[in-house]
Design a protein around this ligand. Structure first.
Ligand code: PLP
Length: 326
């Protein structure tokens, strides 16, 4: 992710040059990781740029902020408008959009709940997070770092601090030559990737871990569940053992940045025949059609971005329209 490619960043109502978008070094969020954010994608579609499931991302952002006692001083509608403005100001498609809620004023002391809550939104060019593996299959390592229990750090919230865990797992996997890590929960069941949810195929059934494994409830995950069901597959959310993972017919990741990425190897175990499996391919292809506006059935998931369309002029005449009127 080349964060330096952002041009304008929305900060509390103003679009500022990206290289001027600073916060204080003594800010609460910087020191304690107490902030919440979203990762959102804007895709190119035949009708112009469209943000995928924007309202759901904004709802999750608000829910995450609530969990961390950070009342956002903007309504859901205002956050949507801020994201639209950022997308338009940067004009990048496809883009990866990152709204973040933080305490940016100087304030040391963990329990400090004072201080302004701020919102910033950036948009950068979207790339393939998992590189070529997104097409040919990713090699993933079962991480020695486990997901923290939600009693300690709630996985429901997409909080800054959660990502120290993802960082440890992801960098450990990368140093061992893998593209991604798979984290287990505190009981040793499969949880998720460092930035993705995970799915397994066994027979004609699609399995994915549920909230009991302290996962982030991914918006792509929920899209996959809907698409798989619509394709006629049986879908089960349950505790999944490492044995079930290693002997699965197919495995794939889902996430906003990773999209749908097949997994071909887990900790030196080849998954299936080492190639993306048929159910993964079918779901992946449908997903790409949906996000690029080629499946009218799922048009409700696309939020159109564009200059505000001028409202049609109000007609004052009460005369019935001419029959020849177009
Ligand atoms: C830890 C983690 N799990 C799952 C996901 C997938 O969530 P979503 O599909 O909403 O992007 C992400 C990405 O945001 C993540 O960071």
């Amino acid at each position: 992710m080349m964060a330096t490619e952002a041009k304008k960043i929305w900060m509390d109502g103003a679009l500022v040059d990206a290289n001027q978008a600073h916060i204080h070094v003594l800010s609460h969020t910087f020191h304690y990781g107490v902030g919440v954010f979203e990762g959102i994608r804007c895709y190119d579609t035949p009708e112009g740029p469209a943000i995928f499931r924007l309202e759901d991302h904004v709802a999750r952002l608000i829910a995450s902020a609530r969990l961390y006692k950070m009342p956002i001083p903007y309504s859901a509608k205002e956050i949507v408008r801020a994201i639209d403005e950022t997308q338009l100001a940067n004009g990048i498609v496809p883009s990866y959009i990152r709204p973040i809620v933080y305490r940016g004023e100087p304030a040391l002391g963990v329990k400090n709940m004072k201080g302004r809550i701020s919102l910033a939104v950036a948009a950068i060019p979207a790339k393939k997070y998992l590189g070529e593996g997104s097409d040919t299959g990713v090699r993933a390592k079962i991480s020695p770092f486990r997901k923290p229990h939600s009693d300690a750090i709630p996985s429901f919230a997409k909080s800054d601090g959660n990502y120290t865990n993802s960082y440890l797992a992801g960098t450990d996997a990368a140093q061992d030559g893998y593209e991604e890590a798979i984290l287990l929960d505190q009981n040793g069941f499969v949880a998720e990737g460092s930035g993705e949810n995970i799915f397994l195929v066994r027979g004609d059934t699609l399995y994915t871990p549920g909230t009991e494994s302290d996962i982030l409830l991914g918006i792509t995950r929920s899209s996959v569940l809907t698409l798989a069901e619509d394709l006629g597959y049986k879908v089960v959310s349950k505790l999944l053992s490492v044995n079930e993972l290693l002997t699965a017919d197919e495995v794939f990741f889902s996430g906003t940045y990773a999209e749908i990425a097949p997994v071909k190897e887990v900790s030196h175990y080849t998954i299936g025949d080492g190639k993306p499996g048929p159910m993964t391919r079918e779901i992946q292809q449908l997903f790409y059609r949906v996000v690029s506006g080629k499946e009218p059935k799922y048009a409700r998931w696309l939020h159109r971005v564009g200059p505000t369309v001028a409202a049609p002029a109000v007609t004052t005449s009460r005369r019935a329209p001419s029959r020849n009127a177009a």
